[in-house]
Design a binder for this molecule. Structure first.
Ligand code: PLP
Length: 472
């Protein structure tokens, strides 16, 4: 038989969709699923088999069986049922890992989300007066008490906050900003591009490494200037021959010329963590800018949100900008943010209560204990297949905060007897839940600082799977 005959022969032997369906319907996996979904899965399976025959090289034809088709359809159903967005174990040592969802939420924030979203809520309803309220009212007082700011609103994220403030105060006018602060955050957020979208005209002053007050004085004009913008250079540092103008000096200039000053802080650090030179929000409020913006899910340790603080009149104007309607915060976020902020106000041990702060400030001894415990369990479970040693290392804050600050940590360094570090890293990532690790010097490193005690079970299970199954 020649190749084409063989191919035709196999194509003829393809099971029919209705045949696969009968089999599939008898499985537990198919229970309570709509007929449409089952038929689609069967069609998918038959298509896969057909494609395999069409693409197979001569002599490698595999006779399509009903059983193979059923298995493909079953896998398809399992894949459809499994959530795509799911929990992972963060063994990277980057505490506010943007790709891994930044800050884990505190318990009370999770409870608040459930309580508010299962049914109805007073999101925009003033219970006291029995009439319409503002969603911002749920965090206004908390934010004022915590930061000393007169007024606040919150939006979807800090990029939205920056866009909204620029659009409100500087559309059609110049926003004056230092060349040393035209930063990019996370590849998509660039200050000059956001500025352009806001309708503000960028007026750069100074140079990359040095900007003086005289540079601002020359550029700021009560007619042409809408805003003086100061941006915290969150994710990098300029060192050496540098000079930047402190916020209070810009505020003084703004007052003199009648031009508002905005300070984009990036990371909203509300507690003194004693681990770096990140300005706190309270400091920034003291410095007197008219508007301050920062993220909810960086050093604040709450949900993704953008917080706008400032003088009452200015914040009111920002709130009433129609663009705000498109950027507004949703109720789940608001519930989580309120619960997180309440800890800052009420808890004596806020760094214990908020997971990101706990990870940032946990003593290296405590981190080492967890690493030792993990190593012991891994050795016992899969010590024949891997070698594990403890190493001192450095974790990072991430989230564009404290870029030069290495936080001491303890790593479990892994080498596999018959797998490359790359293959092991991939297999761990392919586990359920996925374990995300990093590679250095041909070793897979598990950073104990970003792990929870409860992650050990999942990590051991992932290694067991790799040991028995080999590379993914
Ligand atoms: C992170 C950051 C942003 C963007 O904040 P998101 O909450 O990620 O939208 C804007 N400005 C600065 C200075 C930042 O550090």
């Amino acid at each position: 038989m020649n190749v084409n005959d063989a191919r035709r022969d196999h194509l003829k032997a393809l099971p029919r969709v209705d045949q696969v369906l009968v089999l599939l319907e008898s499985t537990a996996e198919a229970e309570a699923l709509s007929r449409q979904v089952l038929v689609d899965a069967c069609r998918f399976a038959v298509d896969v088999l057909r494609k395999r025959i069409l693409e197979a090289a001569a002599g490698t034809f595999e006779r399509p069986t009903l059983e193979t088709a059923q298995n493909i359809a079953l896998d398809r159903l399992r894949a459809l049922k499994a959530p795509g967005l799911r929990r992972v174990v963060n063994a990277t040592g980057i505490i506010l890992h943007t790709n891994l969802g930044r800050a884990p939420l505190c318990e009370e924030a999770l409870q608040a989300i459930i309580a508010v979203s299962r049914g109805y809520s007073n999101l925009e309803f003033n219970l006291h007066e029995g009439k319409r309220g503002l969603r911002y009212d749920h965090v206004r007082e908390l934010l004022s008490m915590l930061t000393g700011a007169e007024e606040s609103i919150v939006v979807n994220n800090n990029a939205a906050a920056v866009l909204l403030v620029l659009n409100t105060l500087s559309a059609g006018k110049e926003a004056v900003v230092s060349r040393g602060e035209l930063i990019e955050i996370g590849g998509e957020f660039r200050i000059p591009e956001v500025m352009e979208k806001s309708g503000a005209r960028l007026r750069e002053v100074g140079t990359t490494n040095r900007t003086r007050i005289a540079d601002y004085e020359e550029a700021v004009d009560s007619e042409k200037t809408g805003l003086i913008l100061k941006v915290h250079t969150s994710n990098f540092r300029t060192i050496g021959f540098t000079e930047e103008v402190p916020a209070p000096v810009l505020v003084e200039l703004g007052r003199r010329r009648g031009v508002p000053v905005m300070h984009d802080l990036g990371s909203g650090c509300l507690a003194d963590l004693g681990i770096g030179d990140e300005p706190t929000v309270q400091d920034a409020v003291q410095w007197g800018s008219d508007v301050i913006t920062f993220s909810g899910d960086k050093l604040l340790g709450g949900p993704q949100a953008g917080i706008i603080l400032g003088r009452r009149g200015v914040v009111e104007t920002i709130r009433k900008n129609p663009l705000n309607r498109a950027l507004r915060i949703d109720k789940l976020t608001l519930a989580a943010l309120e619960a997180t902020l309440r800890h800052y106000l009420l808890a004596t041990n806020v760094t214990e209560r908020i997971p990101a702060l706990r990870a940032m400030t946990e003593s290296v001894d405590s981190v080492r204990n967890r690493a030792e415990n993990l190593l012991g369990r891994l050795d016992e479970a899969v010590g024949d297949n891997f070698s594990f040693i403890l190493m001192d290392g450095a974790s990072l804050s991430g989230g564009g905060a404290l870029p030069t600050r290495e936080i001491p940590t303890v790593l479990v360094a892994v080498t596999a007897r018959n797998l490359t570090a790359q293959a092991l890293e991939r297999s761990l990532r392919d586990s359920d839940p996925p374990v995300i690790a990093r590679i250095a010097d041909d070793q897979v490193l598990l950073d104990s600082r970003t792990l929870h005690n409860s992650d050990a079970d999942d990590i051991v299970a992932a290694f067991r799977r790799v040991a028995t199954a080999g590379p993914a």
